[in-house]
Ligand binder design. Structure first.
Ligand SMILES: Nc1ncnc2c1ncn2[C@@H]1O[C@H](COP(=O)(O)OP(=O)(O)OP(=O)(O)O)[C@@H](O)[C@H]1O
Length: 244
C-alpha cells in the first residue's frame, strides 16, 4: 500500500536530512501512529506520501504506483485516493459545512446528483447530520475537525493521512475524533496519523513508528508512545531521548 525504500529528504538550505534512509512498509487496512519530537520528520513523511515533496533519494510506492514516475499532470488524479486532515482544520470560512465537503467533489468534476448523495452520507458518518447549513465559525473545534474529516473521506479514499488531528482539541473531544478515525479504519481505510498525544497512542495500542532526527528508531505493533527499552539501548538513544 505504502512503501518507502531508503528514502532521504534534504530540504534546500537545511543540511540535516528531514528524513534519513527511511525504510517502511504500511499494509492496506493498517492504523499507524507516527510519533517523534517536533522536527523529527513526521510531516515530511506525510508530504512525501502525498507527493507534495520529492525525496532527495530513494523510492516511494503508494497504491502500487512509483511516485517518481507519476507526471505532475497526473498528480491530482493520484491524490484522489488519499484524504488529508490537519491540526488546524483548514475549512473555507465563507462556505457552509455542506459546501466545504461538496467543494472537494466539485473540483474533481463529480455530478450534482453524486454530491447531493455523498455529502449528507459523509456528514452522517462524522455525526454532523443536520449541520450542513452552518458556517465553520458556528461550530466547536471538534465539530470543525469532523467537517474536515468528512471532506477527507467523502470520496472514499484508500488512505487517510492525519497530521496531528487532535492537536487543537481537548481530551474528551479528541477521544471522539479518535473513535471516528478508528471507525473509518475499521471500514477499510488505511490511517496514518502523526501525533504528539501520548494518552491516545498509549490507549489505542496500534502500530507505532517513532522518528528521531529523520530516522526510524522504532516500529512496533501494539505499541505505546514511548517504549520501555533496555538500559543499553536507552544509552545509545540517549541524545534522541533528550530532544523529546
Ligand atoms: N519546507 C521546508 N524547508 C526547509 N526545511 C524544512 C521544510 N519543512 C520541514 N523542514 C525541516 O525538516 C525537519 C523535519 O520537519 P517536519 O515538519 O517534517 O517535522 P515534524 O516531525 O512534522 O515536526 P512537528 O511535530 O513540529 O510538526 C525540520 O528540521 C524542519 O525544520
Amino acid at each position: 500500500m505504502i512503501r518507502f525504500d531508503e528514502v532521504t529528504k534534504v530540504y534546500r538550505g537545511n543540511a540535516r536530512p528531514a528524513l534519513n534512509a527511511v525504510d517502511l512498509e504500511i499494509l492496506a487496512g493498517e492504523f499507524v501512529f507516527l510519533v517523534g519530537a517536533s522536527g523529527s520528520g513526521k510531516s515530511s513523511f506525510l508530504r512525501l506520501v502525498l507527493k507534495e515533496e520529492r525525496p532527495s533519494s530513494g523510492a516511494i510506492h503508494v497504491l502500487g504506483q512509483d511516485l517518481g514516475r507519476i507526471s505532475s499532470r497526473k498528480v491530482p488524479y493520484f491524490r484522489r485516493n488519499l484524504g488529508v486532515v490537519f491540526q488546524d482544520f483548514r475549512l473555507l470560512p465563507n462556505k457552509t459545512v455542506f459546501d466545504n465537503v461538496a467543494f472537494s467533489l466539485q473540483v474533481i468534476g463529480k455530478s450534482k446528483g453524486f454530491i447531493h448523495e455523498a455529502v449528507p452520507d459523509a456528514l452522517a458518518t462524522v455525526g454532523l447530520d443536520g449541520k450542513g447549513g452552518r458556517y465553520p465559525h458556528e461550530l466547536s473545534g471538534g465539530e470543525q475537525q469532523r467537517v474536515a474529516i468528512a471532506r477527507a473521506v467523502v470520496n472514499k479514499p484508500s488512505i487517510l493521512l492525519a497530521d496531528e488531528p487532535t492537536g487543537n482539541l481537548d481530551p474528551t473531544t479528541s477521544d471522539g475524533i479518535m473513535t471516528l478515525l478508528q471507525r473509518i479504519n475499521a471500514n477499510g481505510t488505511t490511517v496514518i496519523m502523526a501525533t504528539h498525544d501520548v494518552g491516545i497512542v498509549d490507549r489505542l495500542q496500534r502500530r507505532v513508528v517513532e522518528l528521531v532526527n529523520g530516522r526510524i528508531i522504532r516500529d512496533e505493533r501494539g505499541g505505546s508512545y514511548t517504549q520501555a527499552v533496555p538500559l543499553v539501548q536507552q544509552q545509545s538513544f540517549g541524545s534522541a531521548e533528550a530532544t523529546r
